[in-house]
Design a protein around this ligand. Structure first.
Ligand SMILES: [Fe+2]
Ligand SMILES: [Fe+2]
Length: 235
């Protein structure tokens, strides 16, 4: 069994969710926080298949590497939004917090790789983000709203997959880490969705439905590459 980095519990103690909350029992923070995933499952149009979970467990180093890539990309995407849309206080504040948290996750996954003796390898991006962004409208503010909705789906799917992996992974510390991530990633999903609606006068339901269908198709259809957000593995 591989161990998480020694500083993992300290990092959990520094979780921004917990900073100003005097009521939290520090001993509690050392066990993964239970998160209600029902809003995530209701939001997503499909569930991860057993064949993806099986392939992910069989190819865990690849999934950990791609997870590291995902955390870095999540921070990078949020940083791009931070520079592009400077008019909204809410957006700036939420994005700043999100970047901080995604970079913390990135550091933690790097630590996990280091502990496991896993070298960094180059992995090309899968089809998932491209497949979603292809449907983004190209004029403002529609483009911004679509990127925020896409962000909500990526965060929700990440959460769903961390939960699925944590259930079966044969490494108690890694399972604990994936459960720990559920809290922040599920909040990221809610933040992206709330921002999308708050920055748009029109109802966004139609766009959410479109991206739900596209995302579900990317997850449920055969995929030649295995990645953290890939579809059904081709045997
Ligand atoms: Fe993250
Ligand atoms: Fe996130």
């Amino acid at each position: 069994m591989s161990d998480l980095p020694n500083n993992i519990d300290n990092d959990i103690l520094q979780d921004p969710d917990n900073q100003n909350d005097d009521s939290i029992d520090i001993a509690q923070l050392r066990t993964p926080i239970k998160v209600d995933l029902s809003p995530i499952y209701a939001f997503l149009g499909s569930r991860t298949t057993q064949s993806w979970v099986d392939a992910a467990i069989t190819n865990l180093p690849l999934i950990i590497q791609d997870h590291a890539n995902c955390e870095k990309k999540a921070a990078g995407t949020a940083m791009n939004l931070l520079f592009r849309y400077e008019f909204s206080y809410d957006l700036q504040r939420k994005l700043a917090q999100l970047i901080r948290e995604e970079m913390l996750h990135y550091e933690q996954v790097l630590g996990i790789m280091n502990e496991r003796g896993q070298d960094w390898i180059y992995l090309s991006a899968g089809r998932y983000a491209k497949g979603l962004l292809k449907h983004k409208r190209t004029y403002e503010p529609a483009a911004m709203v679509d990127v925020l909705i896409i962000g909500a789906f990526i965060e929700a799917r990440s959460c769903e997959r961390f939960a699925a992996l944590a259930e079966v992974i044969n490494d108690a510390r890694l399972a604990k880490y994936y459960r720990y991530l559920l809290k922040s990633e599920s909040r990221h999903f809610e933040d992206y969705l709330a921002l999308a609606q708050s920055l748009c006068d029109d109802n966004i339901d139609e766009r959410v439905t479109l991206f739900r269908d596209v995302e579900a198709e990317l997850i449920s259809s055969p995929d030649t590459e295995l990645r953290f957000h890939s579809g059904v593995p081709i045997q």
